[in-house]
Design a protein around this ligand. Structure first.
Ligand SMILES: *Cc1c(COP(=O)(O)O)cnc(C)c1O
Length: 470
C-alpha cells in the first residue's frame, strides 16, 4: 500500500509528479488526435506575449501562496496522528483519476456526455455491490436465481440516503412510489376506468404470501406489499395483458401520488395515520433532513433506543412495529446504521431481517435500508461463513469483531445500502453511492422501459435514476 498514498512527508512526491505528468501527457495526446488539422486556439505569439507571461506568473504566485496558506492553516488529515472528521490521506488513484477524467467527461449525466465514464460508473456500482455481497452481473451467483444488484455514485451519502427514501416515499419524476403505487392502481381499475378489464383477474401476492385479487385488497394490505411485488407490477401487467408502460402511465396518472397527492390518496382510502421510518437514535442527520425533504415530517422518523454498545435495541424496534401493526399504521422502512458516525457501531442487521419475516406473516411489510456510509467498505473484511482469506506474510490485519463480522455479512440481504467512498474508501472528496440488491428496483423511479431494456443500455443512464441531474 506504500505505493497508493503520498505519505506524511510526501515521500512519494517524485512518483506523484511523474504520474501527474503522464496524466497531462495523456490529455495532450488525446487532444492532438482530434481534428489534427484545426488551427491552434492558443498560438505561439500569444504564448510569447507579455500579457500571457504575466497571467501565468500570476497563477503561479497565487498557487504558491494558497499552497503555503493551506499547509499552514489546515489540519494534517493525511497524518496517522489525526483520526477524526471524515478526512484522511487521498489515495493517488483518486487524485489522478479525478484530474484525468474531468478533462474528458465532466458530467456523467447520460452515456452521450460521459461515454466511457458512464460505463465505468456502472462497473464501480457493480464492484460496490460485490463488496456488499450482492450478486453482480459477472458473479457466479448471477447464473442462479438471485437478483442482480445495481449501484451508482452520488455526490455524497446524504444524497444516497435521500434517494433510497425517494424510492419508497415518493418519486417526483414519475408517478411511482413503493407504498402508494398499488393504491393508485386499485383506483385505476375501478369499474368506469380504462383498466377495469383486469379487475376480475389481476392477482397479487400479499406480505404473508397469500394471493388475492387486487380489487379486493384492503388499503392496509396494499400498503404492505413487498418491495419487489410492487416493483414488478408493471412487468406483470405487460406479460399478462400486454399493457405497455405508456398506457399504464396514462391510466394511472389521474390517481397517482404526483397528481392527486398523498393526502388525497389517504383520504380516499381512509388512511388517517402517516407511514413511518424507523432508525436508531444514533442516526446521521441526513435522516431528519431527508424526512423533511420528501415531506413525511421529522415526527414520523421514529427513533429506536440503543444498548450500551450503541446497537439498535431489537426489542424496542419490535415493540414499535407491533404498536404500528395494532393501529394499522404503515412503516415505510427500517434503517440499519452500519457504522454510526460517532462510534462506528453496527446495528443488528440479522435480527432486523428476521423481524421482517416475522412481521410479514402478520401482514406487515417494510423496506430495509442499511446506512453503511462509514461501515460499507469494511464488508471487504467479512469472514463470516468463509474461510479467512490468505494474506501475504508482510500484510498485517485487524480483524472485525464477531458481531460486526456477522452484521456486515448480512448486508447482502437488505434492500438498499448507502456507502461512502469519501468515508472509508480513501476518496475523501465528494463521493457517495447507493447500491440496491435487486436492479429491478431502480424502475421504481422511472418508467424507462422496465422490460424493453434487454441490452442493459439503461444501466448506464445514471442521470435518470438519481436525485441529481448532474
Ligand atoms: C457520513 C454519513 C452519512 C452521509 O453523510 P455525507 O457527508 O452526506 O456523505 C450518512 N450516514 C452515516 C451513518 C454517516 O456517517
Amino acid at each position: 500500500m506504500g505505493s497508493w498514498f503520498l505519505g506524511n512527508h510526501a515521500e512519494n512526491s517524485t512518483t506523484f509528479a511523474q504520474l501527474l505528468s503522464s496524466v497531462v501527457e495523456g490529455i495532450r495526446v488525446g487532444r492532438e488526435r482530434i481534428w489534427p488539422h484545426d488551427e491552434n486556439m492558443i498560438t505561439s505569439s500569444m504564448i510569447e506575449s507579455p500579457d500571457f507571461k504575466d497571467e501565468v506568473e500570476h497563477l503561479q504566485k497565487t498557487l504558491e501562496s494558497v499552497a503555503g496558506h493551506l499547509s499552514e492553516h489546515s489540519v494534517p488529515f493525511y497524518s496517522f496522528r489525526y483520526a477524526g472528521h471524515m478526512s484522511m490521506d487521498v489515495s493517488l488513484p483518486a487524485v489522478l483519476g479525478y484530474v484525468l477524467a474531468q478533462q474528458f467527461n465532466q458530467n456523467n449525466v447520460t452515456p452521450e456526455a460521459g461515454s466511457l465514464t458512464s460505463a465505468m460508473e456502472y462497473v464501480v456500482g457493480q464492484q460496490l455491490c460485490y463488496i456488499m455481497g450482492f450478486a453482480t452481473d459477472t458473479s457466479p451467483q448471477s447464473a442462479s436465481s438471485l437478483p442482480v444488484g445495481w449501484g451508482h455514485i452520488t455526490a455524497d451519502g446524504s444524497i444516497a440516503n435521500l434517494e433510497s427514501m425517494w424510492y419508497v416515499v415518493l418519486a417526483s419524476q414519475v408517478p411511482r412510489n413503493l407504498k402508494y403505487y398499488a393504491l393508485s392502481l386499485k383506483l385505476a381499475i375501478q369499474p368506469d376506468q380504462e383498466l377495469s378489464f383486469i379487475a376480475s383477474t389481476f392477482i397479487i401476492e400479499l406480505a404473508d404470501g397469500t394471493r388475492k385479487l387486487l380489487r379486493d385488497c384492503t388499503a392496509w394490505e396494499l400498503l404492505n406489499l413487498s418491495l419487489l411485488t410492487v416493483a414488478t407490477i408493471p412487468l406483470c401487467l405487460y406479460e399478462q395483458y400486454g399493457i405497455s408502460s405508456d398506457a399504464l402511465s396514462a391510466a394511472l396518472q389521474p390517481f397517482s401520488i404526483q397528481t392527486i397527492g398523498m393526502e388525497e390518496l389517504n383520504r380516499r382510502f381512509d388512511i388517517s395515520q402517516p407511514a413511518q421510518y424507523m432508525v436508531s437514535v444514533s442516526n446521521h442527520y441526513s435522516w431528519p433532513k431527508g424526512c423533511a425533504i420528501v415531506g413525511i415530517g421529522k415526527e414520523n422518523l421514529v427513533e429506536i433506543g440503543v444498548d450500551l454498545d450503541i446497537h439498535m435495541d431489537i426489542t424496542h424496534l419490535k415493540t414499535k412495529l407491533e404498536e404500528c401493526l395494532a393501529r394499522k399504521q404503515a412503516v415505510f422502512c427500517v434503517v440499519a446504521v452500519c457504522g454510526t458516525t460517532e462510534h462506528g457501531a453496527v446495528d443488528p442487521v440479522d435480527q432486523i431481517l428476521e423481524l421482517r419475516k416475522e412481521m410479514a406473516m402478520k401482514g406487515m411489510s417494510f423496506m430495509i435500508h442499511a446506512d453503511a456510509a462509514w461501515g460499507g467498505y469494511f464488508a471487504t473484511k467479512v469472514t463470516y461463513k468463509y474461510p479467512t482469506p490468505r494474506r501475504p506474510s508482510y500484510a498485517f490485519s485487524i480483524p472485525l469483531n464477531d458481531w460486526t463480522n456477522k452484521q456486515l455479512y448480512h448486508l447482502r440481504f437488505v434492500d438498499t445500502i448507502t456507502v461512502d467512498p469519501h468515508k472509508s474508501g480513501y476518496i475523501p472528496y465528494s463521493a457517495g453511492a447507493l447500491c440496491m440488491r435487486d436492479s429491478r428496483l431502480k424502475f421504481l423511479t422511472t418508467w424507462t422501459s422496465a422490460y424493453i431494456n434487454t441490452e442493459g443500455v439503461d444501466d448506464l443512464n445514471m442521470g435518470i435514476y438519481g436525485v441529481e441531474g448532474r
